[in-house]
Each structure stands twice: as C-alpha cells, then as structure tokens.
Write a protein that binds this ligand. Structure first.
Ligand code: UFG
Length: 335
C-alpha cells in the first residue's frame, strides 16, 4: 500500500514524508512547486510535479500506484494574503481539494487525512478550544479550510468505504531534529520563523503586533506545536483510519499558550542574540488568544507528543535557519 502526500515539497508535507519513510511506507508526492522546493522532497519518495486541481494528472498518479491513503497538505497558508485574494484561496484550497477528493474516491482511496486549521474557530475567546467549539472563521483562509472539512464530511456520509481525519493545526514551528527538513518557503509571516531570521541576521529585527490585548502581558497568546510531533499525529490518524476508525476532526496543539513577547524572549535566550524588537499596531484579524484543548487527539488517536518544549522548537528552528544560510551561500558561490 502506498500513501499519497500532496504538498510533500512544502514545510509540513516534507516532514510527513520523512515520518512515513521511517515507518517503511511507500510514499508518492504530488506538488506543483509553487511554494515548495523539489530538493525538499525526501529521497525515497516518488515525486510528481503536478497540480492537485488537474484531474488527468491525478488519475495518472492513482493509476500508477496502489494508493490506500491520501495526506493532503497542498494549499495556500497566509492568512492576511487570503483577505486580499479570497478567490485564490477558494480556488487553491477548496476547489482543488474537491478535485483531489473526487479522484481519490474514484481510485478507491479509503483513508484521507486533511491539513485543517485552528483558523476554523476564528477568535474563540480565552478558554482552550475544544473540537466542539462553534466554527467562526475570520478569514477566507479559515473558511476555505472549513469548506473542505464539510466536503469531506458530506462525501464520507454517502461513501462508507471512505473515511477521513481533519487535523486542525495550531501554530506549527520548528524543524526536523536531524535537520533533514525545515521551513523554507518564503516570504515568512510566522512568528518563530521571523524571530529565527532576526536571530540569524537575515532581518534587522522583529515587530510585535499589538501590546494591548486582553492577555497577561498584552501580546497575543498561541499554542506552538513542533512540526515533527504534528507529523506523528498524522501517522497516528493514518493508523486509526486503517484500523477502521470513524471519520473525525481533532485539534493538534499542546494546550499550552505562550505570548508573543515570551516567544521573542525565548528566541533571544536560545540564540544568545539580542536582536531589535519594535512595537507595531495590531495586525488585522489576530485573535488575542487561541490555545487547543488537546485531549481528543491523544485519547482517540493515541498521539503522544515528544517535543512539546518551546526552547526545543526554537532551537530546531534556529538550526534550520542557519543551514538555509549555508545553502544560500553555497548556491551563490556556485554561480
Ligand atoms: N507576530 C508578531 N510579529 C511578527 C509575526 C507575528 O507580533 O512578525 C504575532 C502575530 O500578530 C500573532 C502571533 O505572532 O499574534 C502569531 O502569529 P503567526 O503569524 O505566527 O501565526 P497566527 O497565529 O496568525 O496563525 C497561525 C497559523 C495559521 C492558522 C492560525 C490559527 O499560521 O495558519 O494560526 O489560529 F490559521
């Protein structure tokens, strides 16, 4: 049996491919390389440069491999960009997922694991968020993810052989502990990535967006999850579905919140670099706090995080950032 990973040349997808190969799974990657890099596809996976919105290309892939499971990471992920370009997000995230789901169904795929997001909850207030919280996305990005969850729900309802797990990510960060993969696709908008760039001298410093939120230090609170733990959660979901588990949606977070200021201070402490920090106005649409109620994924999927430690996440992000600098320097030397 083979697992198809869409977006396997991207940040989270490349970590997933590593996790699958480590468990002796056969892996096929489909990625259009719009934001991903071919070099990021781990050796050992079969790579197709193709778009998931192209049904003929998908059919060729499904005809060439016995694919029992799809892990769907491909998509656009920048929240403010989705506000500016809503139709791009509905086309690339929702409509393209519809094509993929349809071709997967026709090819007899039984298990489908979808990269969803805590963005489906919007701004849920100060309590940890359970999976049963109301859906209230505040951006086209969040809506595009929710619409895909609903497509999966409705398709699974009338196709008993097809089951899915929608994993709602909180703030994913860090890099493979062995530095085989990390976050490379730019331009960055994510806090830990940006702070790591500041600490490695790639940018002048960092701006903190808003210090007047209703949180202990006035800056926004988030639940940061290590990308390798997230890949493990997907593997747990795959095992669960293959064992006959019912379709489900689960939060992927640790249930522990850190403020922007705490994260910035932690990056300074781990790196030993006192980069410049400025105060900026709030970024549109940022909820004050979003932290997972994390129990469901642990209970139902049997997922056990191994790297739930902020300094470890930051250390791996910093190491990866330095490796990227070395790669760039080598590429420039070679020109
Ligand atoms: N932040 C700064 N300065 C920066 C970058 C970020 O202060 O240079 C702040 C943001 O304002 C926010 C926090 O750091 O308060 C985290 O911001 P990120 O951009 O890293 O992440 P978000 O919480 O905005 O978004 C993440 C995921 C989305 C997902 C969302 C769900 O990236 O995919 O969580 O809540 F939809």
């Amino acid at each position: 049996m083979t697992v198809l990973v869409t977006g396997g040349a991207g940040y989270i997808g490349s970590h997933m491919v590593l996790a699958l190969l480590e468990r002796d799974e056969d892996v096929v990657v489909v990625d259009n390389l719009v934001t991903g890099h071919e070099w990021a596809v781990p050796a050992g996976a079969t790579f197709y440069k193709a778009d998931i919105a192209d049904p003929a290309a998908l059919d060729r892939v499904f005809a060439s491999h016995r694919i029992d499971a799809v892990m769907h990471f491909a998509g656009l992920i920048i929240v403010p960009e989705s506000v500016r370009l809503p139709l791009d997000y509905y086309r690339e995230n929702t409509c393209a997922s519809g094509v993929l789901i349809q071709r997967a169904l026709e090819a007899g795929v039984e298990s489908f694991i979808f990269s969803s997001s805590a963005a489906v909850y919007g701004a849920p207030g100060l309590e940890p968020v359970k999976e049963t919280a109301p859906f209230a996305p505040t951006s086209p990005y969040g809506t595009s993810k929710l619409m895909t969850e609903w497509m999966l729900r409705d398709v699974a309802a009338v196709n008993p052989g097809f089951r899915y797990a929608a994993l709602r990510y909180f703030n994913v960060a860090g890099a493979d502990p062995e530095m085989r993969a990390g976050q490379s696709s730019g331009p960055s908008t994510h806090l830990i990535k940006i702070a790591a760039e500041a600490a490695t001298g790639k940018r002048d410093g960092i701006a903190i967006y808003g210090d007047d939120f209703d949180t202990p230090d006035g800056t926004c609170v988030r639940d940061y999850i290590h990308v390798t733990d997230l890949a493990d959660a997907h593997y747990a979901a795959l095992s669960y579905l293959r064992a006959g588990g019912a379709s489900m949606a689960a939060n992927c977070g640790y249930g522990v919140g850190y403020s922007v200021r705490q994260v910035v201070d932690a990056v300074k402490a781990v790196s030993g670099v006192d980069f410049r920090v400025t105060q900026a106005p709030r970024r549109a649409g940022d909820p004050a706090m979003i932290v997972a109620a994390p129990g469901f994924a642990r209970e139902v999927l049997g997922w056990t995080p191994r790297l739930d430690d902020l300094p470890t996440i930051i250390r791996h992000a910093l190491q990866w950032e330095s490796l990227l600098s070395d790669r760039k320097a080598r590429e420039q030397d070679a020109r």
